[in-house]
Design a protein around this ligand. Structure first.
Ligand code: HEM
Length: 582
């Protein structure tokens, strides 16, 4: 009897076998899965790899491998995987979240919203709304000068920490551009180069391209394109969308300067080649990816993720080839990037030139056109400033087209700077990061963490600009005598006056600041001078001017709404009166 019972039990097909083949008990196996999840988190924390192969190995290979270990307790591999994989992923996520919220996290001492401390996905989603400049300003109002805006990132608006973050001895470029420029791109544009040595090497041709001599060589193009813009605006019989026209101008002039031509949007009064839209279309997703570069690097490997970028690269390559073979009648930016004078010890490669030629168009067109559109917007909203500027421009007489004279016009420069202070064309900027820990002012940035300075927030800080930091007051840029003379009521109390020009950083600062700053000023001064001289601008009837600010969107570059304007010629100020260059 007992024999029979025993043999029938031992002959049952599976259970006893399971008990003998399982290496670990069910509980021990599941604990091992949790442990593996924690280890994978630690590996990622140490190595920060964006490689899909590494992700596959760690996030798929490990849990599916562990599923085999659990097989004896589950019966089928599918059941084992269904138990192990979610547990593994849950452990990775829980380990990450707990660590990020733990009091021993290196940034635990810095205040910030819970969701920001948990994941960068939160600010990434906020950025999709186009108002991240307002988001960061509100965070600083609530939490103070240093805010933890990501698990491993600080936003800093302490004036004493800006220099050590961005300045000459500041941090190197951070992960921001990793999410915007595909890993697969063989040669990155200057702006995306994180290695400090390599960045310095690649920056040299740019420094030559914007030397005083080089800028002199661009004057003719700047005058020609500025005149074309003003003539075009004045030629419109009805309401003109000045926002579009400044963008047409931006693309046309940068194409001239970067590749010896190729864009005639002003003439066509539309973006016939799709160049502008090719660049702007990707900005929203690029901004999202700049927060979560690991996701960007995955998406960039999918054809859909880079179709616009590819189209632009093809365009830039074609233009560069045309420019190389066709030459140019003037020394353009390409001339210097290409080292056609043969002054460099090391000649740039063709791939570098194509990449940087494309960058010139991306970096130089939208930024300058936004600055111009903002300037005209503020002038039309402030008639007194409009009149004061017009008077200064008129006083120039025949020198209105002279860039050296324009550079010394105090009110003109005050208007341009005040516009860029209130609405910097790059509203937030990019992050910075070094391998070691660093003191940023009196704040310690532990190794492995990033920091950035939110430009818009800094510009609106009353410690830097007072009185009325949110108001358009070009007079704040003038000497004390002039301020008192023009706006005695506003500037009567000198104790209220703060004007920290070191904290005016629309072009960023330090070794990775804007390479084209002087060209941008040259263009802006020329366009504004000519427009003031020749045209009377006013908002189109029925336009609610507050809409302009509403429409401003921060996708690293600014996306702007329409600016409906009526332009009428000023008497005695025709193109012929001041020299027609078209
Ligand atoms: C009002 C107009 C402009 C503004 C406000 C502006 C602003 C900026 C800012 C804030 C940066 C730093 C970006 C970062 O932190 O990642 C930058 C970089 C750069 N800008 Fe501009 N920019 C303007 C016009 C131009 C023009 C006309 C050019 C000419 C090609 C240009 C070329 C560049 C380049 C090449 C860089 C990269 C510098 C580097 O990484 O070393 N920009 N610009």
């Amino acid at each position: 009897m007992s024999n029979f019972t025993n043999s029938s039990i031992y002959e049952l097909p599976s259970r006893p076998k399971l008990a003998t083949t399982a290496l670990l008990s069910s509980t021990d196996t599941l604990l091992a899965v949790v442990g593996a999840g924690i280890v994978v988190h630690l590996i990622y924390k140490k190595h920060e790899s964006y490689e899909p192969l590494v992700a596959c190995a760690l996030l798929l290979g490990v849990p599916f491998g562990l599923s085999a270990l659990y097989l004896p307790h589950a019966g089928t591999f599918a059941w084992a995987a269904l138990t192990v994989v979610p547990l593994f992923w849950g452990s990775v996520v829980t380990s990450i979240v707990l660590y990020r919220l733990a009091p021993w996290h290196p940034l635990a001492g810095y205040p910030g919203p819970l969701l920001c401390r948990v994941s960068k996905l939160y600010p990434a989603f906020v950025s999709l709304g186009g108002k991240q400049h307002i988001f960061y300003t509100q965070l600083h109002a609530k939490y103070g000068d240093v805010v933890r805006v990501g698990p491993n990132e600080l936003s800093i608006c302490d004036p004493n920490a800006v220099q050590s973050t961005l300045g000459n001895t500041g941090l190197g470029k951070g992960t921001f551009w990793d999410g915007r420029v595909p890993f697969t791109q063989p040669v990155k544009p200057l702006i995306a180069i994180r290695d400090k040595k390599e960045h310095t090497r690649r920056r040299r041709p740019w420094t030559r391209a914007f030397s005083t001599d080089a800028l002199k060589g661009y004057e003719e193009i700047v005058i020609k394109r500025s005149s074309q813009l003003v003539n075009l605006v004045l030629a419109q019989k009805s309401v003109v969308n000045l926002s579009d026209f400044t963008s047409f101008f931006g693309y046309d002039i940068m194409s001239d300067l970067a590749f010896g031509g190729g864009s005639e949007m002003m003439k066509a009064q539309k973006d016939s080649q799709g160049l502008w839209h090719m660049i702007e279309a990707g900005q929203k997703s690029a901004t999202f990816m700049s927060h979560v570069p690991w996701l960007g690097s995955l998406l960039f490997r999918l054809p859909i993720g880079i179709s616009q970028l590819k189209a632009f690269r093809t365009y830039a390559t074609r233009r560069a080839a045309l420019r190389r073979t066709g030459g140019s009648s003037h020394k353009d930016i390409f001339h210097h990037l290409m080292d056609e004078d043969g002054v460099a010890t090391e000649r740039p490669t063709i791939a570098e030139i194509v990449s940087d030629g494309g960058l010139a168009i991306i970096a130089g067109s939208d930024t300058t056109s936004s600055a111009l559109a903002h300037t005209f917007y503020f002038l039309m909203s402030h008639p007194t400033a409009y009149r004061r500027l017009q008077a200064e421009v008129d006083a120039l007489g025949d020198s209105v087209l002279n860039p050296s004279k324009q550079a010394h016009m105090s009110y003109l420069n005050a208007v341009i700077n005040e516009s860029m202070r209130l609405l910097p064309p790059v509203l937030t900027g990019s992050n910075r990061k070094d391998s070691g820990g660093r003191m940023l002012g009196s704040h310690f940035l532990p190794a492995g963490n990033a920091a950035f300075v939110p430009i818009y927030t800094l510009h609106h800080d009353p410690r830097n600009f007072s009185p009325a930091p949110d108001a358009f007051l070009p007079e704040r840029w003038l000497s004390e005598d002039e301020r008192q003379k023009l706006e005695p009521k506003i500037f009567s109390n000198s104790l209220d006056y703060a004007h920290n020009t070191n904290m005016f950083i629309p072009f960023s600062m330090g070794p990775a600041n804007c390479a084209g700053k002087n060209l941008a000023y040259q263009e802006m001064r020329m366009v504004v001078c000519l427009m003031m001289r020749r045209a009377e601008l006013k908002f189109a009837e029925g336009y609610n001017s507050e809409q302009w600010i509403e429409d401003v969107q921060d996708f690293f570059i600014t996306l702007k709404g329409p600016l409906p304007v009526v332009a009428t010629p000023r008497k005695g100020q025709s193109a012929a009166d001041i020299g027609d260059f078209i």
